[in-house]
Design a binder for this molecule. Structure first.
Ligand SMILES: Nc1nc2c(ncn2[C@@H]2O[C@H](COP(=O)(O)OP(=O)(O)OP(=O)(O)O)[C@@H](O)[C@H]2O)c(=O)[nH]1
Length: 327
């Protein structure tokens, strides 16, 4: 890509969507993609876990979805991000903006850094804003034990304080003041299921390099130092077939009740016999959600996959428990 430099207005705006595990990033992304906006977005998703699930949970609009698996976007796959961005730049004109959804465990700094430090990327794309979705119920806990959660708040230009339905007015005020103590600058919106006008999130032109350099003076240096949560594990299990809902439902609800404290996130797509639609379940600690969504395609194998993310998980127990649900 050795074309002449592009002026700032012609650069493709990139929104980095971040937020801790299960905060509501995919909910926001799907809301954006489902709305009548007349815009075309290229979407890059990255997840922590071995089996790609997020990709399948992003609504199938016309958007092109690029998936980066197996690793944290901010480290091992940053090369991947650069490669995908380079590929996207060659297809300029086919979309109006790019949305990058990071894993809940990503530190947004090195992701944002890519748009300044990599020459090809920075010549053609501009970071429009870092949008952070925060879970009103769990954020305060995560600020205690997960440095990524704090960085995601610190780096945000826009914050959606989501899941307001799960907390009292007092808890909400408390978590909001915690956020304000870390980041007094971001625009903050209280949301339920990330319900927000799209122009509060995209096309903000809000990323403020000066502020970030105050926060991290070495932001523009290559080789950004970044610690990982070494204890974080992911356990994925796939059944090459269907599961019995009469076994699966009691197992998953019981398992998340008992092991909830160590399960930061679980999700899965499973096939039930005689059910033309995929059953999708999602969990954050012991709170579970599940529903049938989207039909299995005729050419698709009806396989059932789950992924659990957390600390102190019991991989054998998860594997045996899920495998025992096979139909
Ligand atoms: N009660 C409630 N649940 C919500 C809200 N927003 C999202 N959820 C649920 O929270 C769970 C996680 O939402 P996602 O959008 O998948 O979260 P995420 O940040 O993309 O998750 P990861 O990509 O795994 O980090 C799902 O079960 C959602 O349906 C909300 O405002 N209130």
């Amino acid at each position: 890509m050795s074309e002449a430099k592009t002026s700032s207005e012609e650069k493709i705006p990139v929104t980095v969507l971040t937020g801790y595990l299960g905060a509501g990033k995919t909910t926001l992304l799907n809301r954006i993609l489902s709305e009548e906006h007349g815009k075309r977005y290229a979407v890059v998703v990255n997840e922590f876990g071995e089996v790609g699930i997020d990709n399948d949970l992003v609504v199938g609009a016309d958007e092109e979805v690029f998936e980066m698996n197996n690793g944290c976007i901010c480290c091992t796959v940053r090369g991947d991000l650069i490669r995908i961005m380079d590929g996207l730049m060659k297809r300029k004109g086919r979309f109006d903006a790019i949305i990058v959804e990071t894993t809940g465990l990503a530190d947004p700094a090195p992701v944002a850094q890519t748009f300044f430090v990599d020459q090809d990327v920075s010549d053609n794309a501009r970071l429009d804003a870092v949008v952070t979705v925060a879970d009103a119920k769990w954020l305060a806990e995560r600020l205690k034990d997960a440095p990524e959660a704090k960085n995601q708040i610190a780096f945000a230009d826009v914050i959606l304080l989501n899941k307001v339905d799960l907390v009292s007015a007092d808890e909400l005020a408390e978590v909001e003041s915690r956020i304000r103590a870390i980041n007094p600058y971001a625009r903050l919106h209280r949301t339920e299921r990330c319900s927000i006008p799209i122009d509060e999130v995209l096309g903000r032109n809000a990323f403020d390099l000066e502020r970030i350099l105050d926060l991290e003076p070495d932001f523009l240096e290559e080789g950004h130092h970044h610690h990982h949560d070494e204890d974080m594990q992911s356990v994925s299990v796939t059944i090459e077939g269907e599961v019995d809902p009469n076994k699966f439902m009691p197992w998953i609800s019981n398992y998340t009740q008992v092991e909830g404290p160590s399960i930061l996130r679980c999700k899965g797509i499973v096939a039930f016999p005689d059910e033309p639609k995929r059953f999708v379940f999602q969990g954050v600690h012991m709170i579970l959600d599940g529903d049938v969504q989207g039909e299995w395609r005729a050419d698709e194998t009806r396989r059932s996959r789950v992924v659990f993310i957390g600390r102190d998980l019991k991989p054998d127990e998860i594997r045996e428990g899920f495998l025992a649900c096979a139909a």
